[in-house]
Design a protein around this ligand. Sequence first.
Ligand SMILES: Cc1ncc(COP(=O)(O)O)c(C=O)c1O
Length: 440
Amino acid sequence: MNAPFSQNQAKTRSRSRALMEEARRYTPGGVHSSIRRMPVDIVLNRADGAYLWDVDGNRYVDYNAAFAAIILGHSHSGVDQAVAREVQGLDLAGLGTTPHEIALNRTLVTHVPSAEMSLLCNSGSEATYHAVRLARACTGRDHLLKFQGCYHGWHDYLLVNVLSTADKIGTKDPASTGMLPEAIARTSVLDFNDLEGASSALRTRKFAAVILEPIAHNMGCVVGTEPFLRGLRELCNETGTILVFDEVISGFRHGMGGYQAVVGVTPDLTTLGKAMSNGYPCAAIVGKQELMLQFATAGGPVFFAGTHNGHTAGTVAALATIAELENGEIHKQLFDLGDRLCAGLSEVASRVGVPMRVEGYGSVFTPYFVDPDRGPLQNYTQLVQRNDDAKDMQFRLALIERGILVFPGPRRRWCITAAHTRADVDLTLNVAEEVLRTLR
Ligand SMILES: Cc1ncc(COP(=O)(O)O)c(C=O)c1O
């Protein structure tokens, strides 16, 4: 049984603390993804709609949404029932293909502009890894161009200059030790939205691929401007470089065709994951037929494999999630609610007198603790220079104590799901106001 909760009371977490102690005995740090480390001990054991509960019975309005993987809401009955039904008939075929895989790939090809063909895998990191290898194979070139603050997964190819500290911006900043120096050396990094820099880099050196989040949600919410995205497309055409949009977050969350459909710029390859399957493991690399046919699945020279690729659970979850999104109603609802929350936070901050600029696109947004009148935030460097990280963290930790679960790190995104309601938003605004008053 869950204890009754009060949104405004500091949480008691004795059971969480005891379980985390046990978790740390068996698992380094007690968590299974380094980004899940929390400054407070929270062990979660229930999820429903917009809410998570910890083992002490405390309820949280969830704005982390499993790092944007949950779009319909937690434990969505339509998705869960479809998965439960279909895995009873077929779990993992292992050879050949299945009708579910065919249906999902048909669906991806139908909706995503760059998708002439599609291959399934299990995580966004796998998808971007395959995209890099394919781009290298097809161009015969080694170098990659990425942008400071974008994250494309955990592999050596692209794990540089993600959450760089101010002193590391402009230098090669690998996010892990143990990475191959050759991989680090072959990945160049520019500021997001810097078309001039990209133009000069691409004309100076031959790159296999340019990869970016068209909306950089790993910095919170920084939209790739239309001239930037269009300019990259033209530069890639001109220089024979493969353009990869990493839409692991933006795909399906911001519209059926991802942000590429919104902005009208079609990359050569696209990576998808997260919201596509409402939290079940499923991801995809999609793209131009002439490139995709180079994969070994078609007899080509580029290796592609994965024991669990196309598992019924993830595949059916993706089909059921996309079916829910197809009539556009949920996207409309997400955009309306996102706008309401962004406007509400800006209004509260300005009334209380805390400098804040809320940048959002649809269901993903970030309240930055910056002077709201100093103009738009277009890249990571500006964010690091202008955001009051200490205040941002204080805000987040105080919200968590009051039952509003956001990622406990500065400048990171918040996400809403179709299960969030106006009442959740109003509650969040009340709690945010209470906290902001203490931060003035
Ligand atoms: C834009 C983007 N690409 C790739 C990834 C890696 O995906 P995964 O964690 O499923 O490997 C992430 C994860 O946060 C992401 O945000």
